[in-house]
Design a protein around this ligand. Structure first.
Ligand SMILES: Cc1cc2nc3c(=O)[nH]c(=O)nc-3n(C[C@H](O)[C@H](O)[C@H](O)COP(=O)(O)O)c2cc1C
Length: 221
């Protein structure tokens, strides 16, 4: 695929087939993602690749932990849940489209909670990724992680694989920390589902719209 086609073809996938991803291919994707830029080249990214029994245990224990409505339903680092316009409208439009496609009615909190919980089974993807970062690093390093993740997602798409970036994994972090033995001096920044899209699942029909360029760009001359 041409580069632009890869960029256009990548969408967040939230239902996967069970087909395994070969270990060599996962290594290749990660090796390419390491070419992402980072401020002063510190390469702060650390990645846990989760599959097999560990993935199953992680899913079970994080979902069970989540049901207890624990204190760590907030990220360890500052995250605001406040939203204002125009962000609220964009977020609601995404939710309306997604929940509409899978038949969850507005206000059905139990079904929404269950659907959001699918993040913690990596939407049935065969591979889950958890990204961590040293707590002592500057917040600029969060950008570095984002660059790494996007490079990984585009490389995956180029090889016929699909992904979903998952901020959800920075919540309920204590169970994830315990199961993956993530040191206390690292933040769990995000997760990512990796595998082959189930194209029959309606949730994958979501195409998140983008704002017109004039809404976001100011040209100065
Ligand atoms: C930092 C980040 C965190 C995200 N967290 C989640 C998440 O926890 N769960 C989820 O289903 N999608 C998550 N997404 C996917 C976004 O909803 C998605 O990127 C956005 O709606 C645009 O759609 P697209 O990726 O299909 O272009 C996340 C994306 C990013 C970049």
């Amino acid at each position: 695929m041409q580069f632009d086609d890869v960029v256009r073809a990548r969408h967040s996938v939230r239902a996967f087939r069970s087909d395994p991803v070969p270990a060599e291919l996962i290594r290749e994707l990660l090796q390419t993602a390491c070419l992402a830029p980072s401020g002063t080249n510190i390469q702060p990214w650390k990645v846990h690749v989760v599959s097999g029994d560990t993935r199953r245990r992680l899913e079970e224990e994080v979902l069970a932990h989540r049901e207890t409505r624990p204190d760590d339903d907030k990220a360890e680092f500052p995250r605001s849940s406040k939203r204002k316009e125009p962000y609220i409208s964009r977020m609601r439009a995404l939710g309306k489209d997604m929940y509409g496609r899978i038949g969850i009615a507005r206000g059905d909190d139990a079904a929404s909670w269950r659907q959001w919980g699918r993040n913690y089974s990596f939407f049935d993807a065969p591979v889950g990724l958890i990204f961590t970062i040293d707590k002592e690093l500057d917040s600029m390093s969060f950008l570095d992680i984002g660059m790494f993740m996007q490079t990984l997602m585009l490389t995956a798409k180029d090889r016929g694989l699909d992904t979903c970036a998952q901020g959800a994994w920075n919540l309920f972090w204590s169970a994830t920390r315990r199961i993956l033995s993530i040191p206390e001096d690292e933040y769990i920044i995000a997760g990512m589902a990796l595998g082959y899209a189930d194209t029959d699942d309606p949730v994958n029909g979501v195409i998140a719209p983008r704002e017109p360029l004039d809404q976001i760009v100011t040209f100065h001359a």
